[in-house]
Design a protein around this ligand. Structure first.
Ligand code: SF4
Length: 600
C-alpha cells in the first residue's frame, strides 16, 4: 500500500475507533467441515452453533460472540482475538487491520452509520465445505485433508518434539463432503441464498474445492442465477486429473459471464522440484503446470494468485519456482494477471525456515537477487512487483535466537516416520533434506541423555539405530517415570501410538518391573495382542501369572479387563496352576480373577 493510502486508511479507522477493523464486519472464513468460522485468517477460529444456524442462518455472522467483539471494537477496546494485529502495530508496522480495512470489499464498512453490531452481512465470504483432498501437504492437518485424516487414523500423529497431525475425537467426526445432511453445509446454502446479493467476493477453499460436490452444486446454481457484483474465487491445488478439470471448466463456461463480475484462481506451490512435490505430498508439477496453463488459456480475464508457503523441505527449489512464475507472467494476457505471494510457516515449527539460516542463507540470497534483477521498473516490462519481493523477504524469517537442534532432530524423526508411512527411502530425498536428516540422526546418537528433553527421547527411542543407546534411553525414561518426574500417561500415550509404527518390545519387560509402570506395560501388551494375538498372548499369560501376587494393587481391575477382552484360551490351559496360586489370596481383585478363570 502506498504511503498516502496508509495514512488515509489509518485516519479513517481512527475516526471510527482506535481499535476499529472493518474486517470484523466485512469478512468471514467458514470451515464447515468442523463447524468453525474465522473473522480473518489471523483471528482464532470460533465454533458455530449447529442448532442456532438451523433456526437462523444469519447466525453464521451474527451471534453473541461477534456482537460483543464488534461492540468492544467500537468502544476502542483491543480485543484479544486480534492480538496478531496489535503486536504488529506495537512494533510500528501497518497490520492486516489496515490492509483488510483498505480492501475494496471493506469500503462500505468505513462509514460509522453503516456499523450495526447485529444483522451484519459480510461482503467477503470464504467457504470450505469439506476436507476432501488428494494431497498430504506436510504442513497441513487432518481437518483440511481427508488423505491426512486417513493416514493419522491408521498411524496416529507424527511423534516429534511437538506431535504433528493429531486426529483427535473432535476431528474424527468431520462433516464430510459426501454427507447429504451436513448441518453446516445445508444451513450455509440457506444463508447464501438469502444474502449472496451482498457478497462482493465469494471464494471456495477446502480440502480441494474442485473435487467437492458442493462446488458443482454452486456452479449449477450460478448458471441460472446472477451474482453480477461478485468476484468468484476458486482455490485449487491443481493436482486434479485433467478430466476433472475439463468438467469443471465446461460447467464454468456454461455460466453467462454477466452472472459474475470476475473469476479468480488461487493455487499453492512452494518450489519447483522434488522438494516441492515432497512438501505437498501427492503433487506432480508437470500436471500442475498443465492445469495452470489450461486455466490461463480458458480464462484470459482471470487473475492467478500463487501462494508459496516457504518451508524447509521445498526451499532449495524456491528459486526454480520464481523462474517458473516469471515464465507464467510472460504468458499472461494482462499486466498483473499472475503474482506470487510468499508466507512463512509458524506451525509445525520443524518446517519453519526460522532455524535454517546455516543451511539456506545462500538459497535466500540467490532468490532475492533473482527477484531484484527481475523487478519490473515500468508499465511495459513483465517482472516481479515490489510486494512480491517484500512478501518473500518477510516470509524468510531466519531467527538466530532459535537453536536449530530441535528442528534438525525433528526432520530426522519426521522423515523416519514418513518413510514408514509412504515407503519413501531416506536415500531418495532431495540432497539438502538428506543431509539434515543424517545430521539429525548423528545428533541423537551423539547427544548426552540430559541434553535432550525426555519428551523427545520417548519419541526418538524407536528410531535410534544403536541398540545399546536405545537401552540406555529406555532405562533413563523408566527412572523418570518411576520417580514421577515424567508423567507415565504422557509416555504411555506415545508408546501406545508407536505400537502402530516402530515399537521396541523391550519396553514391556522393563515397564513390568515397577508397580507404577506395570499397568502401562499390560496396556501395551494388550495392544500387541490385539495386533498379533498368536505372537503375544503367551507373554500376556506369562506376565499375568508372574504378577498375580500383585493383583492387589490399583491396576488389577484393568488387567482383568484385558483378560476378559482377550479370549482366555491360554488361561484355560494353565487353569490349575493359576487357580492354585489364587486360592490362598483374598483381595477382591484376586477373587474376581479367580472366578473369571474358574468360569472360563
Ligand atoms: S484486527 Fe486483525 S486480526 Fe482482527 S479482524 Fe482485523 S485483521 Fe483480523
Amino acid at each position: 500500500m502506498s504511503e498516502s493510502k496508509n495514512k488515509s486508511i489509518s485516519e479513517k479507522l481512527e475516526k471510527i475507533a482506535p481499535s476499529f477493523c472493518a474486517a470484523k464486519w466485512s469478512q468471514v472464513l467458514l470451515n464447515l467441515q468442523v463447524g468453525e468460522r474465522h473473522n480473518c485468517c489471523l483471528a482464532p477460529s470460533q465454533k458455530i452453533d449447529a442448532q442456532l444456524i438451523q433456526q437462523n442462518p444469519q447466525a453464521f455472522f451474527n451471534d453473541s460472540t461477534l456482537k460483543e467483539e464488534r461492540e468492544a471494537m467500537l468502544k476502542g477496546e483491543k480485543i484479544s482475538a486480534c492480538h496478531v494485529c496489535w503486536k504488529a502495530e506495537e512494533s510500528g508496522h501497518l497490520s492486516d487491520r489496515h490492509h483488510k480495512s483498505a480492501a475494496t470489499w471493506s469500503s462500505k464498512f468505513l462509514e460509522k452509520e453503516n456499523l450495526k453490531t447485529e444483522g451484519v452481512i459480510p461482503s467477503y465470504v470464504e467457504v470450505s465445505f469439506g476436507n476432501k483432498c488428494q494431497l498430504m501437504c506436510t504442513y497441513c492437518n487432518p481437518h483440511n485433508s481427508s488423505s491426512l485424516a486417513k493416514e493419522s487414523k491408521k498411524y496416529g500423529p507424527y511423534l516429534l518434539s511437538q506431535d504433528h497431525n493429531w486426529l483427535d475425537k473432535e476431528n474424527e467426526e468431520l462433516f464430510l463432503d459426501e454427507n447429504e445432511n451436513h448441518p453446516y453445509a445445508t444451513a450455509f446454502w440457506n444463508w447464501f441464498i438469502q444474502n449472496n446479493k451482498n457478497f462482493e467476493v465469494l471464494r471456495f477453499t477446502g480440502g480441494e474445492p474442485l473435487i467437492s460436490k458442493w462446488i458443482h452444486r454452486f456452479l449449477d446454481w450460478l448458471k441460472d442465477n446472477s451474482m453480477e457484483h461478485a468476484e468468484i474465487g476458486f482455490n485449487s491445488n491443481l493436482a486434479v486429473p485433467v478430466e476433472l478439470l475439463d468438467s469443471f471448466i465446461s460447467k464454468l463456461k456454461k455460466i453467462p459471464t454477466s452472472h459474475y463480475k470476475k473469476i479468480n484462481f488461487y493455487t499453492s506451490v512452494d518450489g519447483w522440484g522434488k522438494g516441492a512435490e515432497l512438501a505437498r505430498y501427492g503433487l506432480k508439477l508437470d500436471l500442475f503446470e498443465k492445469n495452470f496453463n489450461r486455466l490461463m488459456t480458458e480464462f484470459p480475464a482471470s487473475t492467478f494468485r500463487i501462494t508459496s508457503t516457504l518451508n524447509v523441505i521445498a526451499f532449495p527449489d524456491t528459486l526454480e519456482l520464481f523462474k517458473k512464475v516469471l515464465e507464467f507472467k510472460n504468458k499472461s494476457n494482462f499486466k498483473d494477471q499472475v503474482a506470487i505471494v510468499c508466507y512463512p510457516i509458524h506451525y509445525p515449527r520443524f518446517l519453519s525456515l526460522n532455524w535454517t539460516k546455516d543451511f539456506y542463507k545462500k538459497h535466500f540470497e540467490e532468490i532475492l537477487h533473482f527477484i531484484e534483477k527481475n523487478i519490473n521498473e515500468d508499465e511495459h516490462q513483465i517482472g516481479f512487483y515490489e510486494f512480491e519481493r517484500d512478501f518473500f523477504k518477510k516470509a524468510v524469517n531466519f531467527d538466530d535466537t532459535i537453536n536449530p537442534q530441535e528442528g534438525i532432530i525433528d526432520i530426522f524423526l519426521y522423515f523416519s516416520q514418513f518413510k514408514m508411512r509412504k515407503g519413501i527411502e531416506l536415500i531418495d530425498l532431495p540432497i539438502e533434506i538428506k543431509s539434515i536428516v543424517k545430521l539429525g540422526q548423528e545428533r541423537l546418537l551423539q547427544a548426552k541423555i540430559e541434553d535432550i528433553s525426555i519428551n523427545t527421547w520417548v519419541r526418538a527411542e524407536p528410531w535410534i539405530s544403536d541398540e545399546s543407546k536405545r537401552k540406555l534411553i529406555r532405562e533413563y525414561i523408566l527412572s523418570k517415570l518411576v520417580s514421577g518426574e515424567h508423567n507415565i500417561w504422557d509416555a504411555l500415550k506415545v508408546l501406545l501410538i508407536s505400537v502402530n509404527q516402530q515399537f521396541s518390545y523391550e519396553w514391556i519387560p522393563l515397564l513390568m518391573t515397577h508397580y507404577k509402570t506395570r499397568l502401562g506395560a499390560f496396556e501395551l501388551l494388550y495392544r500387541k495382542c490385539i495386533e498379533n494375538k498368536d505372537k503375544y498372548q503367551l507373554d500376556m499369560r506369562h506376565y499375568v501369572i508372574e504378577h498375580i501376587n500383585h493383583f492387589d494393587d490399583y491396576n488389577a481391575k484393568e488387567i482383568i479387563q484385558y483378560c476378559r477382552k482377550l479370549d482366555l484360551k491360554w488361561i484355560r490351559e494353565d487353569k490349575e496352576n493359576i487357580l492354585a496360586k489364587l486360592e490362598e489370596l483374598k483381595h477382591p481383585h484376586q477373587i474376581e480373577l479367580f472366578h473369571l478363570i474358574k468360569s472360563s
